[in-house]
Design a protein around this ligand. Sequence first.
Ligand code: 5AD
Ligand code: SF4
Length: 472
Amino acid sequence: MAYERKEISIEKIREQEAVCAEIRKLICVGEKPPLAMVDTYGCQQNEADSEKIRGYLAEMGCGFTQDEFEADIIVVNTCAVREHAEMRVLGNVGQLNHSKKAKPNQIVAVCGCMVQQEHMAEKIKRSYPVVDLVFGPHDLWHFPELLLRVLTKKKRVYATERCDGYVIEGMPQRRDGTVKAWLSIMYGCNNFCTYCIVPYVRGRERSRLPEEIVAEARELVAAGYKDITLLGQNVNSYGKDLDCEVDFADLIEMINEIEGEFLIRFMTSHPKDATEKLFKTMARCEKCAHQLHLPVQSGNNRVLDAMNRNYTAEKYLKKVEIARSYMPDLVITTDIIVGFPGETDEEFEDTVKLCDTVRYDAMFTFIYSKRVGTPAAKMPDAATREQKQVRFDKLLSAANKVSAEKHAEYEGKTVRVLVDGTTGKEEYNLSSRTNGGRLVHLHGDESLIGKFIDVKISSSNTWALYGEPVKE
Ligand code: 5AD
Ligand code: SF4
C-alpha cells in the first residue's frame, strides 16, 4: 500500500503552545520555577526529539535539572534497538519510586521507541504504577495536551498511536549545545532489515522539504553553530518520497552554499543507497566533513541476505574504494552485529576479513538482540551466548588495534579541529573534533570553544588523540 504523506499543520502546533501557556498557569505557582528532567537513551534522533520535549517544557515555564529528587516532571525518552537499553530503562524507571515517594506530585512520563511496542506499553501499564504518562514517537507533537490531561484528570494517560508517522514543522526546540547541532532531515525507515525494530516503531520514510531544512540550517549558522549533523535512519534515500528532484547529495550542496565557517556531517548512510554522486559531492563541498558512517553489519553474503541488507560484501568494498578514491583522507566507521541467527564461526570470520580489508577508524559492535515482531526473531539461532561473546571479543580487540594504529598515524601532525567543549580534566581540559570526527583532547583557554584551530598531535590511544594548540 502506498504511503500517504501526513503533515501536522502549524496551527496544530500553535494550539499545543497555547496548551503550554495553560500548563504554565497551573504549575508555575511558587517562587521558583518548576523543574523538569529529560533522560535520553539511544540514538541521535532521540537526542533531537528530547530537544523538542525540552522546547515544550521551557514554554510551560520549567527550568531543568539532572536530579530526579529535585524534578517536578520527569520524561524518560527510550530506545528499543536492543534489549540491553530496554532493561536499563526499566531498571531506572523502577527506581523513580523513591523520588516519587519523596515528592508525591512528581509526574513521570515515558516516551520514545520502547513504548511504541505494544508489549512494552502493556508492561509499563501493568508493572510500573509510578508512570503517569506514556507516549510513542508519533505522539510527541501533542505532548502538552497529554500532560495537561494528566494534570487535570489525575489519571494515567497512554498515547501510542499506530501509524506511518507525520512530518511536523515548527515545534519549539531547546538545543543542548552551542557548537554542535542535530538537524533531522527525514524520519522513519523503509528498509526492514530483518533484525531491526526501527521501521515498526518509527514508521515509514518521510523527508522534510528541502527549503525547510535549508532554512533551519541557516538559522543554526546565524546562531553560531559550527557543526551541523544531518540526521535520518537512511539519509541516502532522502527525497525519494518527495515530488521535487532534490536528492541527498543535492541537499548537501544547498547547505554548503550557506555563508559562514561550519561543518556538515550526516548519519546514517545505508550502503545500498550510497552513490558515487554523494562521494563526489562530499569531496567537492568544502564544508562537508570527510566522514562516513557506513554500517556493514556483516561481511558474509549469506548473512547479509538473511538480514535483508540488499548488498554483498564485494559491492560494499567497491563503494568504500570509490569513496576513498574521491577522499583519500576519509574517516570511515561502521556498525556490526555479531551472532545474527544462524551465523556460523566461518561466516563470522568473513566479517573479520572485511574489517581487515577496510581498516575502519572506529567500529560499533553489537551482539544480536532478539526483537519481538521482527523476522529474525523467528529464525533458528543455534549459537550460544558464550560462542557469540567469543566472536564479539575477537572483533572488538581487532577493531581497537586498528583504531589505535590509525590514531598513531596522526602523531607529530598538525590537524584542524573544532573545539566543542570542556572535559572536566585538568591536563587536557578541552575536547575537539577533527574534520573526520576524531576526538582530540587538548589544553587551552575556554574562549577557544566554538573556534576552528590548528593542533599538533603529540600522543594517542584507541579512543582519542591528544595535542597542543599551534600558536599563530
Ligand atoms: N541487535 C543488535 N544490534 C542491532 N542493531 C539494530 N538492531 C539490532 C539488534 N536487533 C544495531 C545495528 C544498527 C545499530 C544502530 O544498531 O548495527 O546499525
Ligand atoms: Fe534498522 Fe535497517 Fe532501517 Fe537501519 S536501515 S533503521 S538497521 S531497518
